[in-house]
Design a protein around this ligand. Structure first.
Ligand code: AFP
Length: 324
């Protein structure tokens, strides 16, 4: 049995980062407990409030956010945090060594139907300046020192990279420990499975419409093979499937809100998932640019996402490049 802390030590991860990851793990164990209590704990349903993105907050969005925030701020390791559920950054300990951004409960519309949800996090090393503000977070995803998620499904898993491949840990609910269950994740460069919300097809840009049209033509079309489709409506679960058995995931730009480059958030969703996908041998792009190279302009910014099997992401980029 290999415990999270021992695996991280063997990988040469420094003690401060190990402590921070353990703190995230503890908060997620508590989120896991609340989720599994469901209606018994009165945690299902929505609050009266909207978050800064204009989305109605579920009770568990708020509970998960508060659990993470409180534990991280108490740890003394965090100089500041940014959350999808907070309007502004929250300043922690000025001597804290890290900045952390998170989506406390991704896919929260799945809560009320008892389907998969997850917590996604992205960690940067803080500099030793005495000033910390939103601009401290505006770093490209390539500078993340760790990224991961906890997915709450039939089993609860912590999926993590510290820049040395991707590992999966399963929460042993009896021991209360995350135990290593997958040592190294590899995504096949080819796939015959895609994940996209097809109901939006008429709103997408032409290259994405053409790409999906060609997939749907199957073995009689230009791709010469049949494709299967899956959509969980929680990025964390769709990305988890890709890390387990391959595939392509996209939430592309859509003309209904042309001012927004996409639905998903760069700092809380796209960057951490892009680091995991690249560390597992896949690729993550907007269709025209590597996600991890994007220079963020604000913490809540959104981005178009195409990620997963390297050759399939390359195929999508070809459709975009022919359009130009
Ligand atoms: P919520 O956390 O608000 O439910 O949103 C989840 C999400 O941002 C992402 O995890 C999904 O991939 C995507 O939205 C699902 O969007 P659709 O509503 O278009 O299915």
């Amino acid at each position: 049995m290999q415990f999270l802390v021992n695996v991280l030590r063997q990988d040469g991860v420094d003690n401060a980062l190990i402590s921070l990851l353990q703190t995230v793990g503890v908060a997620c164990k508590e989120i896991n407990f609340r989720l599994h209590q469901g209606a018994l704990a009165g945690v299902l349903g929505s609050t009266e409030d909207e978050n800064v993105q204009g989305e109605v907050q579920k009770k568990l969005d708020v509970i998960s956010n508060d659990l993470l925030k409180d534990l991280l701020l108490q740890s003394g390791l965090v100089k500041a945090l940014a959350s999808e559920e907070e309007d502004d950054i929250v300043v922690g300990d000025i001597d804290g060594q890290f900045l952390i951004a998170f989506d406390p409960l991704d896919g929260s519309s799945n809560i009320d139907i008892n389907a998969m949800v997850g917590t996604i996090f992205s960690i940067y090393r803080a500099n030793d300046s005495l000033v910390v503000d939103e601009s401290s977070f505006l770093q490209p995803g390539s500078l993340q020192v760790a990224a991961g998620y906890v997915v709450y499904g039939p089993a609860t898993l912590l999926v993590l990279t510290t820049g040395n491949g991707v590992k999966m840990f399963t929460l042993d609910q009896t021991l209360g420990e995350y135990l290593l269950t997958v040592k190294k994740v590899n995504i096949d460069p080819d796939t015959q499975e895609f994940a996209i919300n097809m109901s939006n097809q008429r709103h997408w840009a032409k290259p994405m419409q053409d790409y999906i049209d060609d997939l749907l033509k199957g073995s009689e079309g230009p791709r010469g093979k049949n494709f299967n489709m899956r959509w969980v409506a929680a990025m964390v679960a769709d990305v988890h499937r890709i890390l387990c058995r391959g595939g392509l995931f996209s939430y592309p730009w859509d003309r209904r809100a042309p001012e927004k480059p996409g639905k998903l958030r760069l700092m809380y969703e796209a960057n951490p998932m892009a680091m995991l996908i690249e560390q597992a041998g896949g690729r993550a792009s907007t269709g025209t640019q590597r996600i991890l190279d994007i220079q963020p302009e604000q913490i809540h910014q959104r981005v178009a996402v195409v990620l997963g099997a390297a050759n399939e992401v390359g195929a999508v980029e070809q459709y975009y490049s022919h359009q130009r």
